[in-house]
Design a protein around this ligand. Sequence first.
Ligand code: ADP
Ligand code: MG
Length: 626
Amino acid sequence: MTDATPVSLEYRTEVKQLLDILAHSLYTDREIFLRELISNASDALNRVQYEMLTNPDVVGADQELAIRIQVDADAKTLTLVDSGIGMNRDELVENLGTIAHSGARTFLQSAGEGQAALEEIIGQFGVGFYSVFMVADAVSVTSRSFRPEDQAWTWRSSGDSRFTLEPAAQTERGTTIMIHLKEDAAEFANGWRIEQIVKKHSDYVSFPIYLVEPEGEPRIVNRRSALWRQSPSKVEAQEYEEFYKQLTFDSEAPLLHIHMVADAPVNLRAVLFIPARRERGLFHLRPDHGLRLYSRKILIQQFNKDLLPDYYRFVDGVVDSEDLPLNVSREMVQSNPVMRQMRRALTNRLNKELKTLADEEPDRYATFWQEFGVFIKEGVVTDTANQEALVDLLRFRTSKGGDAWVSFKEVAERMQPDQQAIYYVLGEDLKSVARSPHLDYFRAHDIEVLYLVDPIDGYVTSILHEAAGKPLQNVDDAGLSLPQDDETAQDVVAQEAFGPLLARVKAVLGDRVRDVQESKQLVNSPCRLVSPSDSFDRDLQRLRRLTEEDYTTPAKVLELNRRHPLVANLARLVTSTPDDPVIDAAIEQLYDNALLLDGLHANPVDMVERIQLLMEQAVAAKAKAD
Ligand code: ADP
Ligand code: MG
């Protein structure tokens, strides 16, 4: 038996903090509290609907699945009633006494960072149930759970540090939230205002939302339509946008929507969205990624991750199939053959739509690529079945492309007549690869080179050995055979002096280099590091250096350019004044420069001392000469 006197309990500290912020908030878009409460009611309705698929023993199995909003301007109250899954006493304490909502948690963490910013971000976070205290000075939640053995309870709070619990008389399943509005929040007791807010934020909630005004009949105010079950030709672009915003809480319109209707090989209705940005708003409201999976309009899973490959995790949307058995459990969903067929159909369609976008609207595709290109690269690496389609979607900066994003196909089409391969250079960023010594030869011969500066790029090339029917070749390959030019250089150092320089460099760098050789390809650069052809992970070295703590780049071959004045003079110095300290410092620095240009330098700061020594010497020599 339960005692009828209310018990008073204290909120957890974090809730007190949140309530304190909300109660004193000057946030202007307070209306979002209604979106939060409706979204909770809709979640509760989805859950009970799902429960009823398999459980015959649910309280009030014949109740209409709906949300009712009653306004009373005289009493300054707003009441939300849902016939959802309900809560028992323990659930009330747990769900409304602590912080469940992930947005609220992140919000609190950033609360330390200044009040002004806070005001702006409340709406973006959507702080969940507690946002009701922006408009309420007292709230009661009466709930009757779906379990026959549970009883109804009422939870009350005025938004201070405590809440109370007492047994309630409600026999109908579901939750009733009664809000007593603050003086300055009376607008929310008006029917037209509530209707306006529902249309703006909750129009696509799939359960009917009735507005109940003191006079007149209750009427449904949301459109409730399962957009994805309509014919694509009947849906306006604007509707897709609104649907997307209500589905994801993103404030920006999506970059692309795809509406799929298929009856074979499986019945499939889907609307997929590609957001405009990878980071939606600053604070992503969605606690997880995945597609909403329905079976005949009943929500089976809110964040399904099996309907698309992992690299498409930035895609949002809704998928519905009449071929999914209604009593399918969430665990069973994964292994259902219908799921596999849907996954294939959805993936193919996405690949195809992206290809079309790339071909027909290159500018819009460029925006897509900038935000999501890295996911496509992940797909190339991880999904062999779709690799070919995904490779077509890859875009790169190149030595000739300027700011344009160029495909393999374009590069292949404009190759030099005798060019054998598509060449690429790996490096840290566009600026440094553009300056890479590896490009000397290619620049001199007007050969286009792809600039690969994403850490994952090396991964892609290590998996992909050809593209657009051409072999892919790293310009740092020691074994690269390229047609040679005539030896017409001016300052070539004599062999007698060059030999001792090679020996000296070997002695100074020791194990750090595999070998030191003369370069056949360098034109304007003094030296470069090339990978021995047996170096299997060379394209992965940069990625590994970033991801593995004690990864050391394996030794490479250092190539010196005999025609470069720095190298020539260094050779002369080795012959004339072998003890000069500048020699070893210069060798070390040449090596570091080469590492740096390849994005392989572990700690550039270490070079500062040596650079200073070299500068001292240079300035001193000038001063002496003058
Ligand atoms: P979130 O919805 O992100 O979990 P909220 O603060 O909005 O966070 O809600 C907290 C929890 O309270 C919900 O997860 C749910 O368990 C419970 N809850 C809130 N409103 C209802 C409702 N109308 N019916 C049933 N449970 C509810
Ligand atoms: Mg919620």
